[in-house]
Write a protein that binds this ligand. Structure first.
Ligand code: C2E
Ligand code: MG
Ligand code: MG
Length: 741
């Protein structure tokens, strides 16, 4: 080792020179001097006076015996180098300490330089190897230059080891913390968790703010309606304040820039991290930094941001964000979170015979649309005040969401019939009378005791039931209702995992020209096999994925995979014309949908004309915002569009005529109908409609020769179905095409 010393010395001069110019960090390297000889301490410190290595000053820790070192090190961390005397109170004190540092303290990165006063005494080779001792010097070698050389080399390698370890730990932490976030209950917990995690990730103190878009700004055009939803350290007092009101222009500007440019910003003294959620939803965190972050920390944080963006999309969280941002300034009532707390405290105090009621104003969205928001607000106020007056102090009234009120009180005072009676008299709004009807969901707070959150969930299930069965009435929650819904929730969790674990895959079903029998293309169909081998139908899991927003990522994956499969098929010279991919309405609604399609095409190299997107008829009619514009953009790309499950929706002909689509897909139900008394009537109608509009028509669900013959004879162009082929794995496509010929 000592041979290298002088080589290293060359680098040191350079380090020291450049340091004189460079900005000196506030951070230090901790150097522990462990020696029973006071002179050695003084000589060492003196010869390293004012030295800076790799941009930092040195900070010394002095100990004089093995015992003292034990105590001191137990409360230390981040010691870069230990200059360790071999012989102190015993012959082995130094080597014992090495063992202690490595095995007990587990300081793996700390560099150890052994020093001895007795030339000729050297530790055994094994000790050097096993305990990762980095250098060995006699005390007479302690000239300033040699010491500097050894220290610089040691600090450099400590720094590198730390970087590697930090990135390993950082990745681990990202994974662990992402998992934690999805399970967090409250938004406060989530938000302050974000600040803590970020601070921990970069090893900086927890000083920062987190802001989220407030709910109103998601619907309206207003920009930057952001509130501080978590704060730590000296920013604590800013909690709940709108971002515009923060009187620090640096923070205000940082938030504004990060959110408008949708990017994270790294500055010397602070950073602003941007987390993109679905659509326009986003949060941003502003964190103080004691020093600029290293490249690797910045990269880690980007990973973290991306990960957290995914968590944000988790429906639960989005709802929580919504709820949080909704300070109910309009009615000055407790909001949802508060209501949950109230239920919790009722449960904890073992109150008996308690009831939670959710009251939803029927057709409130229409009232708002037709009569305006101001009018809607009046109604909400009137309803709230009537409830308050009738029910008194004993009942807790809260606003759970836009037009949903929550009541918590004794079962005897919250009888549904009595509550309905409160809405018999119309409300007087702007001097005119307005009749209001409400739907209710009720749940009794009986045992087994659950959490406030669960109770509210149960009440919403009951409310949903009312709304789907009969508006203006009520439903009492029963256990059976819960079981069904919880099973769905469980399935959803599994689906998330399945997607992550790549348990989802595609099958491809051929589509042929009915007249010539030529293979025209394939439809990609998604499959999910659970860990225990059970197949779950897409008709069951797609709605779940839509509900949770997972469909967006999943759909993008499907599209990409199908495009690649098509490119591979074409590369093998197969004469097929298209790959049909199902697209959910939720995906269509996503702002970046067209770009997503574009990038799938670009990345796979598939020519747009080979791709067909199937959208269901219900989507075309569901009033998706910008629907026609999105379709037009897709057509400009050159992608083909088919309307799936045609005949099951209610498209008006005039509307259909306007839409730039290529193909109608007769729903399987009408093909099945061919075998019944009704016969092929509807299928025929659709075929004729298609030819009138100049659209191709394809039938799905062809299960026998008869179906095929009938469809062909009525002029239906194309078809797919089990009679032709079952959906197959990608590696079966070639073989099938050959056999079919
Ligand atoms: P779809 O797009 O109408 O797909 C046709 C369905 O009919 C497929 O069911 C297919 O396997 C089935 N099928 C085909 N030929 C026959 C037949 O001769 N007889 C019978 N009984 N069935 C036949 P699958 O794969 O279960 O998909 C069901 C639905 O799930 C699809 O209906 C589609 O709406 C949705 N889906 C499937 N994959 C995706 C996807 O990747 N994304 C989206 N958004 N939806 C998908
Ligand atoms: Mg389809
Ligand atoms: Mg279909």
């Amino acid at each position: 080792m000592s041979e290298n010393l002088d080589d290293d010395a060359l680098f040191i001069e350079e380090d020291i020179d450049s340091l004189a110019l460079a900005h000196i960090s506030q951070r230090t390297w901790k150097i522990a001097i462990v020696d029973d000889d006071e002179d050695v301490h003084r000589a060492t410190e003196f010869s390293l006076l004012d030295v800076k290595i790799l941009n930092r000053r040195l900070e010394f820790i002095h100990t004089y015996s093995k015992a003292e070192t034990h105590q001191r090190f137990a409360v230390e961390s981040d010691v870069a180098v230990v200059l360790l005397d071999v012989v102190m109170e015993t012959e082995h004190a130094g080597l014992d300490l090495v063992k202690f540092i490595r095995d007990d303290l587990r300081w793996r990165e700390t560099r150890i330089i052994l020093r001895t006063g007795q030339p000729g005494y050297a530790p055994e080779e094994e000790a050097i190897r096993d305990y990762d001792i980095n250098d060995y010097k006699t005390k007479s070698e302690l000239t300033r230059k040699k010491l500097l050389t050894a220290l610089t080399a040691a600090i450099r390698s400590y720094d590198q080891l730390r970087t590697i370890e930090a990135s390993r730990r950082g990745l681990h932490q990202i994974i662990a913390s992402s998992a934690e976030f999805s399970m967090q209950d409250g938004i406060e917990g989530f938000a302050s968790g974000v600040i803590t995690q970020i601070a921990a990730l970069c090893g900086v103190p927890s000083e920062g703010l987190l802001c989220a878009q407030s709910d109103e700004s998601l619907d309206g055009e207003q920009q930057f309606r952001y509130h501080v939803i978590a704060s730590a350290g000296h920013y604590r007092s800013l909690i709940n304040r709108p971002v515009e009101e923060i009187d620090n222009p640096i923070i205000r500007d940082a938030f504004r820039r990060a959110l408008s440019e949708r990017t994270s910003l790294f500055e010397e003294e602070n950073m602003t991290l941007f987390f993109a959620g679905r659509g326009r939803r986003a949060i941003a965190a502003f964190i103080d930094l004691p020093y600029a972050l290293s490249e690797i920390d910045q990269q880690l944080l980007q990973v973290f941001c991306a990960n957290l963006g995914v968590c944000l999309d988790n429906v639960g969280l989005v709802n929580q964000l919504k709820n949080y941002a909704f300070r109910d300034q309009l009615l000055m009532l407790p909001n949802r979170l508060k209501f949950i707390e109230e239920i919790d405290s009722k449960i904890n105090s073992n109150a008996v015979q308690q009831m939670v009621v959710l009251i939803d104003i029927d057709d409130f969205a229409e009232i708002n649309d037709v009569l305006g928001h101001r009018y809607g607000d009046h109604i909400l106020r009137a309803v709230a005040s009537r409830l308050q007056q009738a029910l008194g102090e004993e009942v807790i009234l809260s606003r759970i969401a836009g037009d949903i009120f929550g009541l918590l009180g004794a079962s005897t005072t919250l009888l549904p019939e009595d509550l309905q009676r409160l809405f018999v008299d119309p409300f007087i709004i702007d001097d005119t009378s307005h009749a209001v009807s409400v739907s209710m969901g009720l749940v009794a707070l009986d045992f087994p005791p659950q959490s406030g959150m669960d109770v509210l969930k149960d009440a919403s299930i009951a409310l949903k039931r009312t709304k789907s069965l009969q508006h203006g009435s009520h439903t009492l929650f029963t256990r059976e209702m819960g079981v069904e819904i919880r099973e769905r929730a469980q399935l959803m969790q599994h689906l998330h995992k399945a997607f992550d674990a790549e348990r989802l895959y595609l099958m491809y079903q051929p589509q042929i020209d009915l007249k010539t029998r030529r293979v025209i293309g394939f439809e990609a169909l998604l499959r999910w096999r659970t860990d225990d081998g059970k197949m779950i139908s897409p008709t069951e899991f797609i709605p779940l994925a839509e509900h949770s927003g997972l469909i967006v990522g999943m759909g993008a994956w499907v599209l990409r995979t199908a495009c690649f499969a098509m490119v591979h098929l074409l590369e093998r010279n197969q004469h097929v014309e298209r790959m049909a991919v199902n697209v959910s309405g939720i995906q269509f609604r996503e702002a970046g949908f067209v770009q997503m399609v574009e990038s799938a095409l670009r990345d796979s190299g598939l020519v747009a004309g080979f791709l067909e997107l199937e959208i269901t008829e219900s989507v075309t009619m569901s009033g998706v915002h910008n629907f026609e514009e999105t379709l037009a953009q897709l057509k400009t790309l050159g992608v083909q569009i088919a309307i799936d499950d045609f005949g099951t929706g209610y498209s008006s002909l005039s509307y259909l005529e306007k839409l730039p689509v290529d193909r109608l897909k007769i729903d399987r139900a009408f093909v099945t109908q061919i075998d019944t008394l009704g016969g092929p009537r509807i299928a025929e109608l659709i075929t004729q409609l298609g030819s009138k509009l100049g659209l191709k028509v394809i039938a799905e669900g062809i299960e026998n020769q008869h179906h095929l013959d009938v469809l062909k004879s009525m002029g239906c162009d194309e078809g797919q179905g089990f009679f032709i082929a079952y959906p197959m794995l990608e590696n079966m496509m070639d073989g099938w095409i050959k056999d079919w010929k």
